[in-house]
Design a protein around this ligand. Structure first.
Ligand SMILES: [Zn+2]
Length: 266
């Protein structure tokens, strides 16, 4: 999309998780995507019109690219599907289709440069792979906090874009029980989470992410990190920690599943 002009935007419903901005199709038509970037789980496209397009894939959203060659494959335009909600035709023939069966995704437009004023972006913590996320930041963020460490790591104000799967994997590698209160973990153990978070995310990115159920990458391929899960979705399986005889257990915290080993995560 970067450097390309949106020749035509077809918006097929009023909104997804939230209503789309007014006249979204009109505001996108003719716009050149000057720069594509990411903040937390939001895709941001700075447009030549002075606006920024914000996209969130939600639970099941995906952006399908057709009419062009992506990697090794050329994808012709597929037949329209029921859950194709927004279709962007790019000058030169490529097409980007936002398909989202569960409709938890989102699209919005806001004045470029106003990232920090957007309600979804304003209070986000630092990126886990950026320099602002470091030992001092995490130790300070956890100090005095009475919530469970699992909940604290999922808190987007503390660290942005770290999801449920990766928090489960991080806590297992760190040997920390997800129910431990964040403020009661010794500072060196909290600091030790930083390199583990970077390591888990790095491995996941290298293997193309984690594909669950109906999720696909833009080229239709599945990611492979789910085959490397040590705890996530492994309830009842033996713990992967060398020398540990524990069995992975599942509990629910804040409405999300936590998977952990009660023996080696204390
Ligand atoms: Zn274990």
């Amino acid at each position: 999309m970067e450097g390309q002009v949106i020749a035509r935007a077809d918006v097929r419903r009023e909104g997804l998780r939230w209503p789309f901005p007014l006249r979204m199709a009109e505001r996108l038509t003719g716009a050149r995507v000057e720069r594509l970037r990411r903040r937390s789980k939001y895709i941001l496209g700075d447009l030549s019109t002075g606006e920024t397009l914000l996209i969130h894939l939600g639970m099941s959203g995906r952006m399908l690219i057709s009419g062009t060659t992506l990697g090794k494959f050329h994808h012709d335009h597929p037949a329209p599907e029921k859950h194709d909600h927004v279709v962007l035709d790019i000058e030169g023939g490529a097409r980007i289709t936002f398909n989202d069966p569960r409709r938890f995704g989102a699209m919005d437009l806001f004045a470029s440069g106003d990232d920090d004023a957007h309600p979804l972006l304003a209070k986000l913590g630092p990126e886990p792979l950026g320099n602002a996320f470091n030992e001092d930041h995490l130790v300070a963020a956890f100090a005095g906090r009475n919530t469970a460490v699992k909940t604290a790591l999922l808190d987007q104000h503390i660290v942005a874009g770290l999801g449920n799967i990766y928090v489960c994997e991080v806590l297992h590698r760190a040997g920390i029980n997800p129910r431990r209160k964040a403020g009661r973990i010794a500072a060196p153990r909290v600091a030790g989470l930083v390199p583990i978070i970077r390591q888990v995310l790095g491995e996941a990115i290298a293997s193309g992410g984690s594909s669950l159920k109906d999720y696909r990458q833009a080229d239709g391929e599945l990611g492979y990190f789910q085959h490397a899960f040590r705890v996530y979705d492994r309830e009842g399986a033996p713990c992967a920690t060398p020398g540990c005889s524990g069995t992975i257990r599942r509990i629910v915290q804040g409405g999300r599943s936590s998977y952990y080993c009660p023996l080696c995560q204390r």
